[in-house]
Write a protein that binds this ligand. Structure first.
Ligand code: RUQ
Ligand code: CUA
Length: 682
């Protein structure tokens, strides 16, 4: 969906009061509220503040915006919400505060992260990354070697009764069809699963309302027999399949358990975004698709580019999956195990009422379930409307077998007119919807570079108040996702919206040819939506974001002594201060080391070339923030040890020499003295 620079600029200028005003604010007198700055009324600033504002050429509106978002030194509690943002092809997760939009942390997920010592020769991260390459699916990775990046798109916070509970966070890898779990006790990645039968995945990452499952589906369909690649595109219908995956979550640890998980086989339409039902629609999952035309590209016989072929039909298909029914079908033994996971075959899914399809206008993108669970809002990339389906209507159509047709794969397609509750013209390129607590939806408009606010139907709004466009806000520019506070739960928190803009052209100083993305904070408390701030995102391209009340996160300050972050239990090799020791057995050097301000004990390690070296490091500090690092130059070993943490490093001493191992965190006045020697003798 390319857009020219000219279109972009024009698009911005149309409703871009904010942009124009931005250029002339210097002339606006503060406190007179006379419209030039947007007319926010008198700011009533005292002499000193007035002078600063005048010197910095800030308008009355700017000052109000600053006051609404400023988090003063030492008052972190004024950030009332956390954002968990996908990091796009950085492969990581970003944690930010709202309303400040300050970056609090980058969590290493699919890509090694050096500050956290994630994936550098040791540490839990290395183990997680390795398992994430070779677990379950992983057939290709076993041949090709370790994957060192992912493309994170859709984070999913764990829920209890449809509300975020602050326990775990899941995120999918769009590139490789994997899924990761982050433990929100220590904000670290604990598990990556290479999901069987998925080559890639896009939108389908959502938890069910009580975190029974985290859902992930295919994007591009999977070749069911890898040896038949030669006819994959000519025999697409027979050889390719989609899979909707329900990864079962262990309620104690948050880990995903493959043996309790299952998949529903889907037609080879390109499954896109998905959402879980809630309240009245609990037990159901909804997945959009595009390219139900099954276009395979311009180089196939008689082919046209996928872009063209996939946009031919007026309707694509929403997949409606009844996962409680799917559980029964599995229990009845009607599944097959494929590559280590139970799969309900397509014909069984259709026959047992596990899977239905619903027509959706022109290449849909997002499907988002409203807080009451009854409305499903769908944005059609090539259709200027948001189409709002009623779950009550869907249910009735299923019960009455009100079918339009049966598709080529034997799946019943419900009658479109029977299931639509409303349609609202919102603008060009509608993508994703979020909600507030009052019954409004907010949908991103990629081509319009805008957010449209619309009303839902009963019980929120009745008669001609229902299904209406009520406000529109220009954003800068080309918005993809958007998020309201807890805006995809049963109890949204309103207040703010963050627009995740793909383009930032003129919004930031030029930092070279690759521009940051732009997170724009929007105030939802007034009658009209209003932009409060721009924040450049200089790492990867964020996609979806979830925003949770800060008070729901109960993260640990320090680990209990000797904790292994992977198990969150005491590591059998953890030691107390003063219990350090060293053992040389044949070709193995094993050491139990303590780490604290400002020394390693022991601080000299002698190995013979070719020895296996096993180091168990325990940070014996109990003080919050007393983190130390442990690095061995040239050996590419880099570990981070938070207070209380125990980590094991294993490697071969394959290069002789003297290597000055050292602490990488500036931990004390004698941090530079926190070093030692690793000697490898030929
Ligand atoms: S979707 S390109 Cu989340 Cu709009 Cu990924
Ligand atoms: Cu420990 Cu620097």
């Amino acid at each position: 969906m390319a857009i020219s620079r000219r279109e972009l600029i024009q698009g911005a200028a149309v409703g871009g009061a904010g942009l124009v005003v931005g250029g002339v604010v210097g002339k606006v007198a503060l406190g007179d509220g006379d419209g030039g700055g947007g007319g926010a009324g008198g700011s009533g600033l005292s002499g000193q503040a007035q002078k600063v504002a005048t010197d910095r050429k800030l308008s009355a509106d700017d000052v109000t915006r600053a006051v609404k978002t400023f988090v003063p030194p030492g008052q972190p509690g004024l950030d009332t919400h956390f954002l968990f943002s996908s990091g796009g092809h950085s492969g990581q997760i970003l944690v930010m505060g709202v309303p400040s939009l300050k970056l609090l942390k980058v969590i290493g997920v699919f890509t090694p992260e050096p500050w956290q010592g994630y994936g550098y020769g040791a540490d839990a991260g290395d183990i997680v990354l390795r398992q994430g390459t070779t677990s379950a699916g992983g057939a290709v990775s076993k041949e090709r070697g370790m994957l060192t990046w992912g493309d994170t798109h859709h984070p999913a916070l764990s829920e209890t009764k449809g509300e975020y509970d602050g326990r775990w966070l899941y995120i999918q890898d769009r590139a490789n069809g994997r899924i990761a779990m982050v433990d929100l006790r220590d904000f670290k990645t604990k598990q990556i699963i290479d999901v069987p039968n998925l080559e890639s995945s896009h939108g389908g990452c959502f938890v069910t309302p009580n975190s029974e499952y985290v859902h992930i589906s295919t994007k591009t369909p999977t070749l069911t027999d890898r040896s038949k690649a030669a006819s994959a595109l000519t025999n697409f219908k027979d050889l390719m399949r989609g899979y909707s995956t329900f990864m079962a979550i262990n309620q104690g640890t948050g880990r995903m358990e493959l043996d309790r998980s299952f998949q529903v086989e889907l037609p080879p339409y390109t499954q896109d975004l998905a959402d879980s039902g809630k309240l009245v629609s609990d037990g159901w999952v909804f997945i959009n698709s595009y390219n139900s035309e099954m276009a395979v590209g311009g180089n196939a016989e008689g082919g046209v580019p996928i872009e063209v072929g996939a946009s031919k039909n007026d309707f694509d298909m929403m997949h409606v999956i009844n996962w409680k029914k799917a559980e029964e079908v599995i229990k009845a033994g009607k599944s097959r195990t494929i590559n280590g996971i139970k799969v309900i075959p397509l014909d069984v899914a259709a026959a047992e009422g596990v899977l239905h399809l619903i027509p959706e206008p022109k290449s849909p993108h997002g499907v988002d379930v409203a807080p009451n669970g009854n409305y499903l809002c769908v944005g059609g990339k090539l259709d200027p409307h948001v189409t709002i389906y009623g779950f009550d209507k869907i249910k009735a159509a299923i019960d009455a077998k009100n079918y339009e047709k049966i598709d080529d794969f034997g799946v019943p397609v419900l009658k479109y007119d029977a299931v639509v509750a409303g349609r609202i013209e919102v603008g060009l390129g509608p993508l994703h919807t979020q909600y507030d607590e009052k019954g409004y939806g907010y949908i991103s408009l990629f081509l319009d570079s805008a957010v449209a606010k619309f009303s839902l139907g009963e019980p929120y709004f009745k008669g001609d108040q229902a299904f209406k466009l009520v406000d529109k806000l220009k954003v800068n520019y080309n918005i993809g996702h958007l998020v309201t506070m807890e805006g995809d739960t049963v109890k949204p928190d309103g207040k703010y919206l963050v627009a995740l803009n793909k383009w930032s052209i003129d919004r930031f100083p030029v930092v070279g040819t690759l521009k940051p993305q732009n997170f724009q904070l929007v105030d939802l408390t007034g009658e009209k939506m209003e932009i409060l701030s721009d924040t450049p995102i200089g790492i990867g391209e964020p996609h979806y974001v979830q925003a949770i009340k800060a008070e729901r996160i109960k993260a640990w300050e320090v680990y209990p002594p000797g904790t292994n972050p992977l198990t969150m239990e005491k590591d059998p090799n953890a030691i107390e201060d003063g219990k350090d020791r060293l053992e040389k057995r044949g070709n193995t050097l094993e050491a139990w080391m303590t780490v604290k301000r400002s020394q390693f004990k022991p601080d000299t390690l002698r190995a013979n070339k070719g020895d296996k070296v096993i180091l168990h490091l325990t940070n014996v500090e109990k003080t919050p923030d007393a983190t130390h690092g442990f690095a061995i130059p040239r050996y590419n070993i880099n570990v981070s040890l938070d207070p209380g943490e125990c980590v094991t490093v294993e490697f071969t001493a394959d290069a002789e020499g003297s290597f000055a191992m050292y602490c990488t965190e500036f931990c004390s006045a004698l941090h530079l003295e926190m070093q030692g020697w690793f000697l490898v003798i030929a």
